[in-house]
Design a protein around this ligand. Structure first.
Ligand SMILES: Nc1ncnc2c1ncn2[C@@H]1O[C@H](COP(=O)(O)OP(=O)(O)OP(=O)(O)O)[C@@H](O)[C@H]1O
Ligand code: SF4
Ligand SMILES: [Mg+2]
Length: 342
């Protein structure tokens, strides 16, 4: 836990290399359905996650954000592709082999109440991972738990409390402390602040950022709120219906989005700069999100895209680096783009 590090540098060695990652679910629609249908929840995701960065993942509900996070952590077994962590492809490991990596790869969920055992005191909640991973002994576990609580801004007396005796913000602090107790390198924060009041949300976001600095943590930060994403991220990945649409450093993504879907998503967000806010052009997203049971051919966005041409429904756009550090999948974005701020 004592490895402070600076923020991720561009071109820094990735902590995780994710290549062509995909996940299909097989479902029988309806209570008495017999036909098995395929949910194309995640397809062909190729991204690096850099050591020490916050990579945010955004997109409409059902676009595969959680499936991406869980597939990286191997909490869901990917259908295709690889996830390389410290030279090992996690997708090839058995559950037993995966155990030694689990400690390093943690998750914090939206609703800690659902994941904290209501019958365990907070002391027991924190002691469990510390003892399991050999990070404390029976003698040192209390001191270590107090240290963890201090890290997340909670007093020692919380050790004897039960989850229902804490506020939502305090429970989320406990969930973060429990993840930290494993001495992780990578944490998936899946809507970790979405259910909290705005003021508590800001406190938890700031806590996550200071813990990142202190322990050199790397976050995959899944969120709906683009204002929070703007505050928190180094880079942002935009997903649409299970596929990556655009990935760029925060500044480039918010100021120079290349993908029509990103532009539509961002046009709904108020600009902090009054000058930019005056010039903000709204671009409504029309139409329903298609079903991942039967995704559109070619570019999955073509049924809603204002720029769609014939090629868009025929050919899947290639995922490519159109400008330095700026990845996009769209037929209408020129081959290479010069002089963009990053
Ligand atoms: N266990 C499952 N069985 C079948 N389909 C699933 C399963 N889990 C997820 N899906 C489907 O996969 C797609 C991606 O779901 P996912 O939960 O990853 O989306 P999301 O972007 O996290 O959405 P949200 O913003 O609502 O949390 C959705 O269409 C969802 O219905
Ligand atoms: S490939 Fe075509 S449909 Fe897809 S985003 Fe680009 S212009 Fe729109
Ligand atoms: Mg989700």
């Amino acid at each position: 836990m004592d490895s402070p590090s600076s923020r991720a540098l561009p071109n820094a060695e990735p902590l995780l290399r994710i290549e062509n990652l995909g996940k299909k679910f097989y479902v029988k629609p309806g209570a008495f359905g017999t036909e098995v249908r395929t949910v194309h929840a995640l397809e062909d995701v190729t991204i690096d996650v850099r050591r020490g960065e916050t990579l945010s993942v955004v997109g409409e509900s059902g676009c595969g954000k959680s499936t991406l996070g869980f597939s990286i952590l191997q909490l869901l077994k990917p259908s295709e592709g690889s996830v390389t962590f410290e030279g090992t492809d996690l997708t090839q490991l058995s559950e037993k082999q995966m155990r030694r990596f689990r400690q390093k790869l943690q998750v914090v969920f939206q609703d800690p109440y659902a994941t904290l055992n209501p019958r365990m005191t907070i002391g027991e909640v924190l002691a469990e991972p510390l003892l399991l991973h050999g990070l404390a002994t029976k003698k040192t576990v209390r001191d270590k738990s107090v240290e963890m609580l201090g890290d997340v801004g909670l007093p020692t007396r919380v050790l004897s409390s039960y989850p229902h005796q804490l506020s939502g913000g305090q429970r989320q602090r406990v969930a973060i402390a429990r993840a930290l107790a494993c001495d992780p390198e990578f944490i998936v924060c899946d809507e970790a602040v979405s259910a909290l009041d705005v003021s508590v949300q800001a406190q938890i976001v700031n806590l996550l950022m200071s813990l990142q600095k202190k322990y050199g943590l790397t976050y995959l930060f899944i969120a709906h709120d683009l204002a929070v994403v703007r505050h928190m991220s180094d880079r942002v990945l935009v997903m649409y219906l299970g596929r990556p649409a655009e990935l760029a450093p925060k500044k480039a993504l918010f100021h120079e989005p290349l993908h029509p879907y990103t532009r539509a998503l961002l046009s709904a967000v108020p600009e902090p700069d009054p000058e930019r806010e005056r010039n903000r052009r709204r671009q409504e997203l029309v139409g329903e999100i298609p079903s991942p049971l039967n995704p559109p051919t070619g570019c999955r966005f073509h049924t809603r895209c204002p720029l769609a041409e014939t090629v868009c429904s025929q050919k899947v756009p290639q995922w490519r680096e159109a400008a330095p550090e700026h990845w996009v999948a769209c037929h209408m974005v020129p081959e290479t783009i010069q002089g963009e701020p990053s």
